[in-house]
Design a protein around this ligand. Structure first.
Ligand code: PLP
Length: 397
């Protein structure tokens, strides 16, 4: 076991020697100090998704370079945020944008903006919403774990199911209409109609598209559909810093959201700090993402799926397929099923074996349909390792 671990470590080290940025070693290069080893914490191969608990995606060297540039310079934060926001808004094609501490923070700041507007006294008062509009309308099927970020602001959710119910629910207490993009197919009111209903009644609409990029077009789709605010994660499909996200849309609301966040000390979002490093890194993240060859990415992901499928398809009782989730993480994935008569362990047991093996591999936590893996977070050389480990385990190794 020991020698095998050393062997694998050596092999991974060689495979992941990073490209160099301005002559410096980039991410993935052999570090001068191995912090994880020092601390006794364990790395793993991400065959799951850019989950927060798995530390998200990894930043391209250009993003790391922007981060490093900011580290050694002073700047007036609001001045930088204005300039970065303008660049990002131009790329997306919207009025205004701001960098947030993740999509969850974007939800909080969006809600706060709709409650307070530019009234500094109201900004100070949140989450006490006395004297403010206090209700956020959402479709029942769009309630989800992240709505805590909206409830943080002291609002009360009003749940509706149909467009008529929504129209009836809107009143002078309504601060915002909240849409969860991933659940569009299960809700009766679709995105376009939802945004239009908000417009007609003069109530701002927010769309949470946190994990719904790629495709790139989703960044501007919500704006084109008429949403006033959009929240997206920086550290998922966009491959930016995991501590970042974006809120963008109507200029007056972004201005109000800025008032509700750092560096304004007396605000609900003050704990969701974003500094110059996050701002520059997020700007470069967007610039890169707009320039990226997305068709080539797709072909590469399909290739990885096929490498894994080819490896396991020779085993009797094993079947596999490629699948693409409809909205959330819309990229090629692989699903592997096996006949439990021939191979006597369950999907959860398989997940444990992969996690406990060498090297450790994390996969999607879904267990009903078989073993599901995302391949888009894999680094060069890792697809083959994943294919080999899954094959080994299915063969009884
Ligand atoms: C991941 C996610 C969030 C939170 O995003 P962070 O960038 O981690 O703050 C919010 N909403 C949805 C739908 C998500 O998938």
């Amino acid at each position: 076991m020991f020698s095998r671990r050393i062997f694998l470590r050596g092999k991974l080290g060689a495979t992941f020697l990073g490209v160099s940025v301005n002559g410096k070693q980039a991410i993935g290069a052999k570090p001068s100090r191995d912090f994880f080893q020092d601390l006794g914490v364990h790395g793993f191969i991400n065959a799951a998704e850019p989950f927060t608990a798995l530390s998200g995606s990894q930043m391209p060297p250009e993003v790391v370079e922007a981060w490093e540039y900011a580290c050694t310079r002073n700047v007036r934060l609001d001045e930088l945020h204005d300039a970065v926001g303008k660049r990002i808004a131009n790329l997306i094609g919207c009025e205004a944008a701001m960098v947030t501490a993740g999509a969850a923070s974007a939800l909080t700041l969006a809600t706060a903006a709709c409650l307070t507007g530019l009234d500094r006294e109201k900004v100070r008062r949140l989450p006490d919403t006395t004297g403010m509009k206090q209700e956020v309308i959402i479709q029942k099927s769009h309630r989800y774990g992240y709505d805590h970020a909206v409830r943080n602001c002291g609002i009360r959710y009003v749940e509706v199911e149909t467009a008529d119910q929504l129209k009836a629910a809107v009143s002078d207490r309504t601060a915002m209409l909240h849409f969860f993009n991933t659940n569009e197919p299960v809700g009766r009111i679709k995105a376009e109609e939802f945004a239009a209903l908000g417009k007609r009644r003069g109530v701002p609409t927010l769309n949470d598209i946190a994990a719904d990029v790629p495709p790139l077009s989703n960044l501007s789709r919500s704006i084109q559909l008429g949403f006033d605010l959009v929240a997206v994660s920086g550290g998922k499909g966009l491959l930016g810093p995991q501590s970042c996200g974006l809120l963008y849309g109507r200029a007056d609301l972004i201005r109000a959201a800025r008032l509700n966040g750092p560096p304004n000390s007396d605000s609900i979002g003050r704990g969701q700090k974003v500094n110059k490093e996050e701002m520059l890194a997020m700007m470069v993240t967007l610039e890169l993402y707009f320039k990226r060859n997305h068709a080539a990415d797709w072909r590469e992901w399909e290739k990885r799926v096929n490498i894994i499928r080819d490896r396991v398809s020779a085993i009797r009782g094993v079947t596999s397929e490629m699948f693409v989730p409809e909205i959330h993480y819309r990229v090629p994935h692989v699903r592997i099923r096996w006949d439990q008569g021939a191979i006597p362990f369950s999907v959860p047991e398989m997940i444990r074996k992969l996690r406990d093996g060498q090297p450790s591999i994390e996969v999607r936590p879904n267990t009903e349909n078989g073993l599901e893996m995302g391949v888009w977070m894999l680094k060069p050389g890792e697809t083959e390792i994943v294919a080999r480990r899954v094959h080994e385990i299915l063969k009884g190794g």
